[in-house]
Design a binder for this molecule. Structure first.
Ligand code: MN
Length: 152
């Protein structure tokens, strides 16, 4: 991993950027399961065995629909949008807190007409996300609220 131990004090800059933090737009092509999202790793602390990342979507962007063994602790930091945890879909806004348990499908969507960003805490050592199979996706879409959230 290309993460250096950060300096003790790093300044916030405008527009949800920070000194000494690489802004990493996700590579995107027609097959990508995400859209218009970037990642910034704010803390990677071996002593704490965790990472704190800031993800941000442009208007109409979304994170990958995925699940994995590790959990997430999330705070919305910018704007409004929606979040799906399991089959529960909620409107969420700045400073709301969201827990995503292990092996639970989840996705964030910037579907409220503005940029939408969140802090996400994870274990430094963690399993890789799994994407839904076509069958799992069809089963999820059988719930009309989930189908509407996921869109076409
Ligand atoms: Mn995840």
């Amino acid at each position: 991993m290309d993460i250096e131990q950060p300096l003790n004090f790093r300044l916030a800059r405008e527009a949800f950027r920070w000194d000494g933090v690489a802004h990493q737009p996700y590579k995107q092509d027609g097959e990508a399961p995400f859209k218009d999202i970037s990642r910034q790793v704010l803390f990677h602390e071996d002593a704490l065995a965790c990472e704190l990342r800031y993800f941000e979507m442009d208007k109409d962007g979304y994170s990958t629909l995925e699940r994995h063994e590790h959990a997430h602790a999330v705070m919305i930091l910018r704007g409004h949008g929606q979040c799906m945890v399991g089959e529960e879909i909620r409107d969420v806004k700045q400073f709301d807190l969201i827990t995503i348990p292990g092996w639970t499908w989840h996705q964030f969507r910037a579907n409220a007409g503005e940029a939408f960003g969140f802090l996400c805490m994870v274990n430094a050592t963690r399993d890789r996300p799994v994407l839904p199979t076509a069958e799992e996706l069809a089963a999820m879409r059988a719930n009309p609220a989930v189908a509407a959230f996921l869109g076409s």
